[in-house]
Design a protein around this ligand. Sequence first.
Ligand code: ZN
Length: 87
Amino acid sequence: MVTQTIACRHCASTDLVKNGLAPNNAKQRYLCHACGRQSREDPSPNGYTEERKEEILRAYQERPSLRGLRRTFGVSPTTVISWLKKR
Ligand SMILES: [Zn+2]
């Protein structure tokens, strides 16, 4: 069994309490006891979910146009390039 530890993304403390859901993406929000700031569950880089990222990268493989991606998905070319570099 995998235990997922949620850590504060501001101070890396794991002393977090649940603090309702984020309004726009329905993810669990956490309030950090150590620094008093809020963290979200699995904050994905640049705010894209894994599924969204895969979808965008698939589209890019079919039609490698960064400008087209920006038009279709509203994703910045810099973001796509950083994803491509990580693969
Ligand atoms: Zn914290």
